[in-house]
Every structure is written in C-alpha cells, then in structure tokens.
Design a protein around this ligand. Sequence first.
Ligand code: PLP
Length: 400
Amino acid sequence: MPQINENYLKLEKNYLFINIAKKVNAYKEAHPDADIIRMGIGDVTLPICKAAVDAMKKGADEMGVKETFKGYEDSGAGYDFLREAVSGYYKSFGVDVPADDIRINDGAKADCGNIVDIFGDDNTILITDPAYPVYVDSNLMSGRKVIYADSNEENGFAAMPDENVHADIIYLCSPNNPTGSAYTKDQLKTWIDYALKNNAVIIYDAAYEAFITEEDIPRSIYAVEGAKKCAIEMCSLSKTAGFTGMRCGYTVVPEELTAKASDGTEVSLKQLWNRREGSKFNGVSYPVQCAAAAVFTPEGQEQIKVNISYYQQNAKTIASALDELGIKYTGGKNSPYIWLKCPNGLGSWEFFDLLLEKANVVGTPGAGFGKNGEGWFRLTSFGDKDRTVEAMERIKALKF
Ligand code: PLP
C-alpha cells in the first residue's frame, strides 16, 4: 500500500471558490429566476486583443506546414522571441531583466507552487495574511513551517517585516490579491533589506502590475535596489491581457541570486530552477507564445490598455458606491480588486450570504484568504460594465 502525503490532510477541505460555487448553486436551485451578478472569482470577461488573436492564428498555421512546424522546444524555457519581448517590456518601465533570466510558463499559479521544489523542506516560509491561497497550500503540502505577517486595517493591508522574526522564504504579492493594496518603493526596500539581512529569498508575485497607476508603486521588484540578490519574480498575462484561458506567464530568477548549500558552497538558484524545469516541464505551446509576444508589441500594448481601462472604470464605479455608503475599502487604484470592510460588523460569510440573498450579488469572503480577512470582502472589477453598475445600485439600495 502506498503511503499518502499526509500533509494534504492538514489543508482546508475545500478550495475557497468551490465553497462559493456550492452556495451559489444551492441558491440558484431554490431561486431559479434570480438574476445573479458575479463579482467573486477573479476571472476576466473581455476577450484577448486582436494582435494576440492574429499572432496565434499565424502560429497555428505555421504548425500545419512542414517547413515551419515546431515540435518540442529545446529548453522549454520559452522561445527567444518571447523572452526578448518580455525583457523589452521590463525595459519599457526602466527595469533591466535579461532574456536569459526569464522562463516562460503556462501561467503563474503553477510556478508559485513549483518554485518551492528548489528549496529544502526545513525553511521557514513567511506569507502575508490574507494571501492568494496557492502560497500557503503549496508549502503546507510539502510540510513546511509557514508563519504569517499580518496585513490589516492598521497597516493599510500592507504587512511589513518584523525584525525579531526570522524567515527564509517570503511571499509578497503587489498589487495584492485579495486586498488590492500595493507596496511603495520604500516599503519594498524595507522588505529587500530584511531579506538580505536574513539571507532570505522573496518570491514576488507581480501578476497585477499592469493595473498600477501611481508613480511610486514599482511595476517590478527589480525596480528596487538589491532585489536581484534576493528576489524571484513571477508574472502572468492572465489579467494583463485576458490570458486566463490561454495560459501564459513568466518567472524571473536573476543570475545574481545565490543561496548556500549545507557544505557552504554558493549555489545559483537560476541553475536549480532551470534544472527543475528541464526535468518536469516541456514548455508552452508555440501558438500561445506567438500570441503572448504580440501582447508586448506597441499595437498589442495599446489594445490591452483599452481593456485594462475598462476594468479600471469598473473599479471606480465600485469605489464611488462604497464611498457613498461610507464603507471602508482598500484597492481599486492600482488593482482590479476592491477589499471592503463588511458593514455593521458582519463576518465575511455572513456578508456573503446577505449580498447573495438580498442583492443577488456574489463576492468573495475575505476569511477565505486567511485570518486577517475575517470581516472583509473582495469585489472584482473584471465584470461587465453595465452589470457592475447594476450590482452597485443593488448594494446601495441595501442602505447599510
Ligand atoms: N498570482 C495571483 C496573485 C493571482 O491572483 C493569480 C490568479 O488569479 C495568479 C498568480 C495566477 O494566474 P495564472 O496562473 O492564470 O497566470
């Protein structure tokens, strides 16, 4: 009989969004005519841009012709044309990331979990709470010790390091899912200094960088001095360019980033990561990489900005309704998420039930993202414009 990985038994029984779907389905069964507006799950609703569609079609055509057909990609790290395009994108906001430090993946979620393979199981993992659940789950699955840094109302949901606590690996997500808060350059510098002092590695999730509007919020951790010596960055085209169903992202492990083996030798994390990926990952499909490269062309950038502005307008609609109701929130400015304080002291799931029943609006209970999420609630701006307006009218009518 095989032994199972008993760490799985310590995980929450159901993934947050499965719980939400169950509640919504039960409500729909009982109220088949209810007109439900979904502002819960973080999926996008606008289609991918024309530049990406055209490039994908061209890539697909090339796959059907002997002379241009592509089989396995040599390294699985991504075609040079795409790695160069990502590197050029970094340059466009003043950050130098060489193509050789970039690996293309099928979305950031898998790498957020896979990256832990290159680290030993005895590390202490520090995760800001509330957090995107993948960080916690993937470390608990391998039995690692996870500790938390509190993001709460007092610190504007932007947890900062505690000098008296040691961590080896730190997960930061900015702009943050679920809280919508984003670290300033100075705040990131504090984290980098903490990481360098503790010989720790930061795993920086920049999946929402395209939504940043404020000047002093970095689009990449590498915009901050010292980051290349302590940080791995992950990014995704899912929210930037509507690639949730296409699957493409990238992970940067800088050449400069090293860690010490138990015998004291200095080891390159980029080499370990390349070794891990070489063994376990065969790359992203060619047409999808063609589409992704098109996103980084001037034409593609212009087109995706139209969609991002559409979502940003939705965020404004949500924010101004909450302002009218006098409900506190973070996010919306540099992020597609709005994180609001449940009115009247309601718990997250209580507020979820109330919104579902009285307004037929679905959001995400903050408690599903960690203990500091209790009493908070996430709404997303990824929906349809008119439906977002309608949802906020319904919420306003509840007169909290
Ligand atoms: N990181 C964060 C913070 C996210 O919210 C998401 C998706 O919702 C991802 C990463 C993963 O995105 P994908 O796997 O679609 O690239």
